[in-house]
Design a binder for this molecule. Sequence first.
Ligand code: CP
Length: 342
Amino acid sequence: MISVGSNILSIDQLEMGDIKRILQVSQQMEPYARRQKITRVLEGAVLGNLFFEPSTRSRVSFGVAFNRLGGSVNDTTGFQFSSMAKGESLFDTARVMSGYADILVMRHPQEGSVKEFAEGSIVPVINGGDGPGEHPTQALLDLYTIQKELNLEFNDIKNIRVALVGDLKYGRTVHSLLKLLSLFDSMEFSLISPQILQLPDQLIELLKDRGHKVSITNELRSGIADVDIVYITRLQQERFSSEEDISQYQGNYSLNHQLYEQYCKPGTVLLHPLPRDCRVGARELDIDLNKLPSLAIYRQTDNGIPVRMAIYAILMGVVDSVHTNARDVYWSRPSDAMTSIE
Ligand code: CP
C-alpha cells in the first residue's frame, strides 16, 4: 500500500485500493494537465529528475507534471556527466541528491538499481525504469489509457483481451503492465514474440497463478485477432549483446494498416509505450496507421501528465489541497487557437 512519503519502485507494492485511488486522482488532475486550471500546490518543492538512460517522454512528463503542480524541476541526464562516472555509489548519489530535492525520479540501465538507490534516499523515490526490470508509472498510465479508451468504470476493468507483441523479455513496460493487469479478474493475454524474447517464466506463471487465460505464440496474425487491445513494443536493442542478434529479430513483428484491417477486430485499440522505431527495417508500428482513430499512442503519452501529477499529489500529501488552491487560466496556446479556427 502506498501513502505519503512512499517510494514507487514496483507494481508489486500496489494494492487494488492504491490503483483505484491513482486512477481517480488522475481523472481529477485532467483540468490542470489540460491547462484549463492552474494550481501551485507544490510551490517551493523540488523534483530531482535523474535519467542515466535515454528518455524523452518519461523524463519530460515527470518534469512537466511536477511543474503543473507548481513545483520546480532539476534534471540530471547522462551517466558520463554524473559523479557515478568517478565511482560514486548509487547509495551516496541518492543520499546527496535527496538533500537537495523533495522527491526523486531515477532511470538507470541496471535492473534493481532504483531499489538500491532508494535505500540511500531520505525522500520518496520513483522508478523511472530500471533496465529490463520495471517501469511502474508507465503501467499506471497505460492502465488509465485502457480504462479511458474502453470507456470503463473502475469496477468494470475485467474480462479484457490484451495482445502484447514484440520484445517481451526485455520490455520493462510489459513486465509492469502485466503485473498490474493481472490484479484484475478474468483477463486474457496473448503473448506474441519470437521464442528467444518470450516473457520471463516467472511472469507467465504469475499470470496463470492468478487465474488468467494465457496463450503464447510467435505468430502475429493469429495472436492479434479477437482482442480488445494490442500493445506493441520496440525491440530493446540496447539490451542485446551483438548487432547480429538484433538483425535476427528486427522487423519480424511489424503491424501496418493492411495487417490491422485484415486481422484485427474493428476498433481494436493500438497502444505502444513509445518510442517506436521508425527506421526502415524496424517499424514495429507502421506510420501508415497514424490516422487510424483506434491508434491511441498519443492519447497514451498525454495521459502521462495527469497520472504522474496524481502520483506526486499522493506521495506528497496534497490531493485535497489541489482544488482549493486552483485558479482559472487566462491564456491560450497557439494550438488551442488553431483548433478553434479550424
Ligand atoms: N515510454 C518511455 O519510457 O519513453 P521514454 O524512453 O522516451 O521515456
